[in-house]
Design a protein around this ligand. Structure first.
Ligand SMILES: [Zn+2]
Length: 209
């Protein structure tokens, strides 16, 4: 729990946005207060600059490339500046291939239902292989039940996380209850297949000794 200076309430850590420069890595105000303030100051600014904004919008919407569809606008831009459009597209593709922010695999999992089903069944198969015969299946089911309860109770989506991931190049975790924990979904997605921090092994599984 963390105290919000703005609404004077104690809220779970997940109710606070991230802020790298704070000692605890979180914003001082809860998301709700933070957003309310941002919205209010945006509205105030728009009110104060109403005339300028109106002129700006009018200027934009009267441009020839904004008269038709998005596709038509793209065609107009491409015809006017073929090299610029080509370079922009090439740069975006390169960034995607490099696995950076725009990498489809990492940041934007394919939304195709078939691709998602394939990933899920590969993961299920992994769980079967990683489940020893002596695993306590009731205890495993309990963890998943607790996860659903926490999600329903807090309204924050939670996932069941394998503390030692099932798929890691150094160590493969087991699908047993003591390797499971319930964490917020966002944290789990960030963690990917990394190992917990160990002496001499960094979070990506590289050995540093
Ligand atoms: Zn607050």
């Amino acid at each position: 729990m963390k105290h919000c200076r703005s609404c004077d309430q104690h809220k779970p850590l997940t109710a606070f946005g991230r802020r790298a420069s704070s000692p605890d890595g979180l914003q001082q105000k809860c998301r709700e207060c933070h957003n309310a303030r941002a919205l209010a100051s945006n509205r105030a600014w728009r009110r104060a600059n109403r005339e300028g904004l109106r002129a700006y919008d009018a200027g934009r919407s009267s441009k020839p490339e904004r008269q038709g569809s998005r596709a038509a606008a793209y065609a107009i831009r491409k015809a006017a500046n073929p090299e610029k459009v080509r370079d922009f597209n090439a740069a975006a593709k390169a960034k995607q291939r490099a696995g950076g922010y725009y990498s489809r695999e990492r940041s934007f999992p394919s939304s195709s239902p078939a691709a998602r089903a394939a990933r899920q069944s590969a993961r299920d198969a992994q769980k079967v292989l990683a489940t020893p015969s002596w695993a306590d299946r009731e205890a495993i089911a309990d963890v998943y039940r607790r996860c659903a309860e926490i999600t329903a109770h807090t309204g924050v989506p939670h996932h069941v996380d394998h503390i030692y991931p099932l798929r890691n190049s150094l160590a493969c975790g087991l699908h047993v209850h003591w390797n499971l924990r319930v964490i917020p979904a966002r944290e789990n997605l960030r963690k990917q297949n990394r190992l917990p921090a160990l002496d001499g092994v960094d979070a990506t599984g590289r050995i540093s000794i």
